[in-house]
Design a protein around this ligand. Structure first.
Ligand SMILES: NC(=O)c1ccc[n+]([C@@H]2O[C@H](COP(=O)([O-])OP(=O)(O)OC[C@H]3O[C@@H](n4cnc5c(N)ncnc54)[C@H](O)[C@@H]3O)[C@@H](O)[C@H]2O)c1
Length: 254
């Protein structure tokens, strides 16, 4: 079960955190993994880890906000069976404390970047007779989270794009789903804690861990396991769905 042998999988932001865990698991399950990354060095280091374990992977340095660069990158990939739209950035702020520049930056990476990869991938999948797309949303798309105005805006858009793509290409045998994680312990989380709460890193880490009723943050590998199911043939009947994977955050925080 869950074999990806013979499949080609593109993972954006696969150089770190959740994307890295997905890239490593998909390669272990037999996929040829293409990592699309702003941080080419990080992507190369993950491809080296995969190759050292006997897997197949290539690193592509690319900023997903640049449509031409995304198209040029996909032109070097012969087929795409799986797309994981994972690259994303964080931001802290409310509507009246978010600058226009920050708002647009979140939109560019999290929304336009996702659209750019969809724009490049869907024609290739249609030509190939289908495929599986997985978008990384967030619990911020589902519930009101304090101080996450621009981030929630961007993940709400990812959630809506998932439904739109699932509907439009169902006849082309393209499935599209999303995962909405609560806090997962990655450099993304460490980075915003260090930036936003300097000197209080340990206290904030503990507080953020306890905001999941299960009492801890998720691990990237736990997200990768669900990603594998949603991108494998075993989930062939699943499309247009969002899966919160959140230690009870959405349903049990009462
Ligand atoms: N970690 C969490 O708690 C959490 C929770 C919910 C959702 N998410 C989402 O999961 C995804 C991955 O998060 P993570 O925690 O692994 O983050 P991370 O920061 O560890 O990794 C994100 C990767 O995306 C890459 N990236 C950023 N901008 C890019 C661009 N313009 N072009 C190409 N690559 C770019 C970065 O270089 C980085 O390697 C994000 O979309 C994030 O919003 C994370």
């Amino acid at each position: 079960m869950f074999s990806l042998t013979g499949k080609s999988a593109v993972i954006t932001g696969g150089g770190s955190g959740i994307g890295r865990a997905i890239a490593k698991l998909f390669a272990k399950q037999g996929a040829f993994v293409h990592i699309i990354e702003l941080n080419e060095e990080a992507a190369l280091s993950v491809t080296k880890e995969i190759q050292a374990d006997g897997g197949l992977a290539t690193a592509h340095g690319c900023d997903i906000t640049n449509q031409q660069k995304v198209l040029d990158t996909f032109a070097t990939i012969d087929k795409v069976d799986i797309l994981v739209n994972n690259a994303g950035i964080a931001h802290i702020g409310k509507a009246d404390t978010t600058t226009e520049a920050d708002f647009m930056k979140l939109f560019e990476v999290n929304v336009k970047g996702t659209y750019n990869s969809l724009y490049a991938t869907i024609p290739l999948m249609k030509k190939n007779g289908g495929g599986a797309i997985l978008n990384m949303a967030s619990i911020a798309a589902l519930v009101g989270i304090t101080d996450r105005f621009a981030y929630s805006m961007s993940k709400g858009a990812v959630f809506a794009m998932t439904l739109s793509v699932a509907r439009d290409y169902i006849g082309d045998k393209i499935r599209c789903n999303s995962i909405s994680p609560a806090r997962v312990h990655t450099p993304f989380v460490d980075g915003f804690i260090a930036k936003t709460y300097p000197g209080q890193e340990e206290v904030m880490f503990d507080k953020l861990s306890k905001s999941q009723p299960i009492g801890r943050m998720g691990q990237p590998e736990e997200i990768a396991s669900l990603a594998l199911y949603l991108c494998s043939d075993e989930s062939g009947f699943v499309t247009g769905c969002d899966y919160p994977i959140d230690g009870g955050f959405v349903k049990l925080n009462n």
